[in-house]
Design a binder for this molecule. Structure first.
Ligand code: ADP
Ligand code: MG
Length: 234
């Protein structure tokens, strides 16, 4: 965790962000006037009970959804003013995602799964694509598993494929939504160590959410979310 507090280099800023879902006749407020700042290279954990708004917040930061009100500034750009196409570009270039259920494509092997985010980037030549995938597999210790399919891997290995797929485009930011929820405690510990290592080595900003207090005891910055609002910061 690089702590260059003096530089205050905010990578992400949320100002009074609100999001309400419409569920039939019912309005479900998911985020209420939420404020948040993340600095470049920081490793932050967001902890909150199920239903507290974690996924909604990650989806907004990841430009997968739009806020109803308030402002989200990502690397100096107010995302509300970007077109769908510009949002897509921002997502494809700067943000990597790790999901709880891995979201691997079963018919593709490990190499092809990791390569996927690069296939929509025609400006990257094939030879460079190949070396980016190889580097990402090396980073997660799966270089000898390139030709395995997901069903030939353990849960921990599958999650490492998902991490490599998030890393492969060299994003500035990785968003992880409960990435350890389906893993046993030993695998979880190893995975958090790996994420820390990547955070340090690659200077990637990590925003990691979980409902489990225990696994984030080593994280420097912890935010707690409750009923759609950041409750405390430690
Ligand atoms: P968490 O990830 O912390 O479990 P979510 O962000 O998924 O929380 O959900 C926050 C609140 O918004 C919950 O009350 C949830 O039921 C509601 N919610 C989430 N997604 C939707 C949706 N697509 N439609 C309606 N309500 C939703
Ligand atoms: Mg969630």
């Amino acid at each position: 965790m690089t702590d260059s507090a003096d530089s205050r280099d905010h990578f992400i800023q949320l100002k009074n962000v609100s999001k309400t879902y419409q569920l039939g006749e019912t309005q479900v407020p998911a985020l209420k006037d939420l404020n948040l700042e993340l600095r470049k290279g920081e490793f932050t954990a967001l902890i909150g009970a199920s239903g507290s708004g974690k996924t909604t917040l990650l989806n907004l930061i990841g430009c997968l959804d739009r806020a109803d009100s308030g402002e989200i500034i990502l690397d100096g750009q107010p995302v509300s003013r970007l077109s769908e196409r510009e949002l897509g570009d921002l997502r494809n270039h700067k943000i990597g995602f790790i999901f709880q259920s891995f979201h691997l494509i079963p018919v593709l092997n490990v190499f092809e799964n990791v390569e996927l985010p690069l296939t929509i980037r025609p400006e990257i030549p094939e030879s460079e694509r190949k070396s980016l995938v190889e580097q990402a597999l090396k980073d997660v210790g799966l270089e000898t598993f390139a030709h395995h399919r997901p069903d030939q891997l353990s849960g921990g290995q599958r999650q490492r494929v998902a991490i490599a797929r998030a890393l492969v485009k060299r994003p500035a930011l990785i968003l992880a939504d409960e990435p350890t929820a389906n893993l046993d405690s030993e695998t979880t510990r190893k995975m958090i160590d790996l994420l820390f290592e990547l955070n340090q080595k690659r200077q990637i900003t990590f925003f990691f959410c979980s409902h489990d207090d225990k696994l984030i005891s080593r994280v420097a910055r912890i935010l707690r979310i409750r009923d759609g609002q950041i409750e405390s910061v430690s």
